[in-house]
Write a protein that binds this ligand. Structure first.
Ligand code: ZN
Length: 251
C-alpha cells in the first residue's frame, strides 16, 4: 500500500518548496546536493537551516572558535550559491554542544510554520552506527517537528502548519533514488566550496569514495550493477509513518 499515492503527495522531484535541516554547515551538500540542484533547476524553493555553527572543525587552520565559525559560515553561503539555495537560517548551537532534541525542536517549529514547505530534508537519525550526537539529535528533532508543527495545543505561539513529507539522506534504508549523473560535477563543486573541510590532501581519496558510493546507488536505481552513472538515495516518508508505524522501515 503506497500511502503517498493515497494521499496524493508529489514525488521528491516535484516538490515546490523544501526546507533542508543540516547538523553542520556541509551536510546538505554531501547528502543531497545533486538532488537539491536538480530541484532548484525545476523551480523548487530551497531553504537551509543549519543547526550547529561548526566550531568543532579542526581543519580550518584557525583555533579561535569565532574565526572557525566565520570561515564555515562563508563556505556554507558559497556552497548554497552553487546549488541555488534561496534562504538560510542558523540555529547557532555550538558544535557538539550540550543542547537537546527539544531545544532544536522549539527553534525549528516557528521556522517551519513560517516557511510552509511541502517537504523537509535532513540526516537519517536511525542510520545504524551513527555515533555523532549532532547528527542523531538533528534528525530526530526534525522528525518530531513533522509531528508537532501542526499541533496548536502544545505549540500555541505561532500558526500551525502540517508538513506532509520528509526525506532523509545518509540513510541505510532508502526507498527513493535520484539520478544525479548530470548534476555530479555541480555537487562536487558545492562540496569543495567547503574548502576548510575538503580541499586538502585527503580529497582524492574522499572523492573516490563519493564517486564509488554514488555509482553503487546508480546501479540500484537502474537495477543493473554495470550501469555507469551517479545517484543519491533517500528515505521518503509521510508524517503518518513517523509514529507507531512499524512498517515504515520497509516502506
Ligand atoms: Zn555533519
Amino acid at each position: 500500500m503506497d500511502i503517498k499515492r493515497i494521499l496524493g503527495l508529489p514525488d521528491l522531484l516535484d516538490v515546490k518548496k523544501i526546507v533542508c535541516v543540516q547538523p553542520h554547515p556541509d551536510d546538505n551538500e554531501v547528502g543531497a546536493a545533486g538532488t537539491l540542484y536538480k530541484l532548484a533547476q525545476r523551480g523548487c524553493e530551497i531553504v537551509y537551516i543549519t543547526v550547529t555553527d561548526g566550531r568543532g572543525s579542526g581543519s580550518t587552520g584557525a583555533t579561535d572558535p569565532a574565526e572557525i565559525v566565520e570561515i564555515r559560515r562563508k563556505e556554507r553561503l558559497a556552497a548554497g550559491g552553487i546549488i541555488g539555495v534561496s534562504k538560510h537560517f542558523t540555529l547557532d548551537f555550538p558544535d557538539m554542544g550540550d543542547y537537546t532534541e527539544q531545544d532544536i525542536l522549539h527553534k525549528l517549529i516557528p521556522i517551519i510554520r513560517g516557511e510552509k514547505p511541502d517537504m523537509l530534508l535532513t540526516v537519517d537519525p536511525w542510520m545504524p552506527y551513527e555515533a555523532h550526537p549532532d547528527h542523531y539529535k538533528t534528525g530526530k528533532a526534525v522528525a518530531a517537528a513533522m509531528l508537532f508543527s501542526s499541533n496548536e495545543i502544545l505549540f500555541p505561539t505561532s500558526e500551525p502548519f502540517a508538513v506532509p513529507q520528509i526525506a532523509f539522506y545518509a540513510t541505510s534504508h532508502p526507498n527513493t533514488y535520484v539520478d544525479v549523473t548530470a548534476d555530479w560535477e555541480r555537487k562536487i563543486a558545492s562540496i569543495l566550496a567547503h574548502k576548510s573541510q575538503f580541499d586538502n590532501l585527503n580529497w582524492p581519496m574522499v572523492k573516490t569514495y563519493f564517486d564509488y558510493e554514488a555509482g553503487q546507488l546508480y546501479g540500484k536505481l537502474k537495477q543493473n550493477h554495470e550501469a555507469a552513472g551517479y545517484a543519491e538515495a533517500f528515505k521518503v516518508l509521510t508524517s503518518h509513518q513517523l509514529h507507531f508505524f512499524p512498517a515504515a522501515l520497509y516502506s
